[in-house]
Design a protein around this ligand. Sequence first.
Ligand SMILES: Cc1cc2nc3c(=O)[nH]c(=O)nc-3n(C[C@H](O)[C@H](O)[C@H](O)COP(=O)(O)OP(=O)(O)OC[C@H]3O[C@@H](n4cnc5c(N)ncnc54)[C@H](O)[C@@H]3O)c2cc1C
Length: 481
Amino acid sequence: MKFLKILMPIIPFLVIGCAHKAHQNAKRITINDFSRLNETVVHDIVEPANYASLSQYLQDARTHGLKIAVAGVRHSQGGHAFYPHARIISLKKLNKIVEFDPLKKIITVQAGITWQEIQEYLNASGHAVKIMQVANVFTIGGALSVNANGIDPQNGPLIESVVCLKIMLADGTIVTASRTENSQLFSLVIGGYGLFGIILEVSFQVVENNFYQRESCRVAINDYAQFLRTMAQDRAIGFHFGMVNLTISKEKIFSDITAVCYRKIDAIKFTKNKIRSLTAIRRDRAPLKYIRQLGLALLRKIPAFKALHAPLDESRDGDIRSRNFIMSPPVSQVYSKPKKETDLLQEYFIPLDGFTKFMEKLDTATRKYAINLMHIELRYIPKNSESFLSYARTDVIGIVIFFNQKISSQATYDVQQWTRALIECAYQLGGAYYLPIQLHATCEQLSAIYPTIDTFFVMKKQYDPNELFMNHFYEKYRDIN
Ligand SMILES: Cc1cc2nc3c(=O)[nH]c(=O)nc-3n(C[C@H](O)[C@H](O)[C@H](O)COP(=O)(O)OP(=O)(O)OC[C@H]3O[C@@H](n4cnc5c(N)ncnc54)[C@H](O)[C@@H]3O)c2cc1C
């Protein structure tokens, strides 16, 4: 009783305190990305359904001093698509096909659409995307803003296939950008990480949904650059990727490369039914989905399984597939990660002559920092320097590294040191690293690898003087000069 008497006067304050806390928590809106390492509290997340309401959201942000960040499906891994206390704009509802001209083979879409949605539309008329990432889950706005690359060795980064863009600038005006109109903005926005304006629409080239037959061979690491030089001359090769075979030895991580090519074939002999099964796009179905999840779990934990990964895949040689089928691999397995771990991706772009040296460095640095590699995929990317922050200023090998990291400060530190060592090596070899990864690069490394980055930031302020468009990437590096 005595205890209750003491407590009585403070009960109302306790109740108010709890209610206040609950209210605060209810209002706390957070966002994260594929890495799960960048949780950020934001002001709000809005999904405009038309350009007038998008413009209104921008106007409202300017009036209230809010920053804006644009988000696709947030597969960039360094908080590139959001910023603390900012208004996050998702273009999910701006996902329409605007126009398709099958004669000119040019499609115009809104930027919130995903590749999968575009593929489903194009598939019906026997067309396919010309350049995109390996998977089809990404938004076209996100893909353009990183200037994505894929596995078609005849085509370079995404910018190559773009005809023109419609962009909403920070003051709400809408402009068109192409190689002949606002050409500077064209090269800044593609690969511009949402810092210059919001991409509303894009027109880009498409191709026919051709058929290809799979073949593969083993290539020594030392011979791979020469293999690519020869392969790139063969116009019948529609797709190529290399899988680096991992070993179980502690002294040496890599053995050789399984080089996979898809060779174009004549499809006239196929019946309509056969074509339907060869062109399927939605492929993430159970029970195969669960088998793939198990496979990924084994890749994380069991070294012997890593060594089996590529050889097992060789059994698919001879398969005949459509372009749309090859460009829509099932990927749902990459989203089932253990609670205290995460899987991450990095990509390095190395001129052909430097490939062997880079692989040596990757081997030693990976062992030094005990990085849990899961899979390394290689691709050939012909040069294209149209984007202001181009990463393929010469023909390069894209080295995509998929690895697992524990969620702990020590693991983050190790990955940071490893990444910096690899970036340093890429720089020494005249190569680059891909920007939508975690922000481990130092300011010095960023400006060494991308020498135009200081001008890029100066331009940013010209197009967006009040820095309305913000994200973690810009925040970290903007004071570089
Ligand atoms: C599993 C996995 C596989 C991958 N494979 C590849 C690959 O094969 N090839 C490759 O090149 N990359 C690959 N990536 C990287 C990927 O292409 C980029 O992270 C890309 O940005 C993803 O698109 P998104 O919709 O998730 O964009 P987000 O990550 O949401 O956004 C990326 C950037 O684009 C900006 N942005 C988004 N929409 C707009 C818009 N409408 N207007 C202006 N700016 C906008 C954002 O602000 C942000 O800066 C891969 C990543 C993962 C995690």
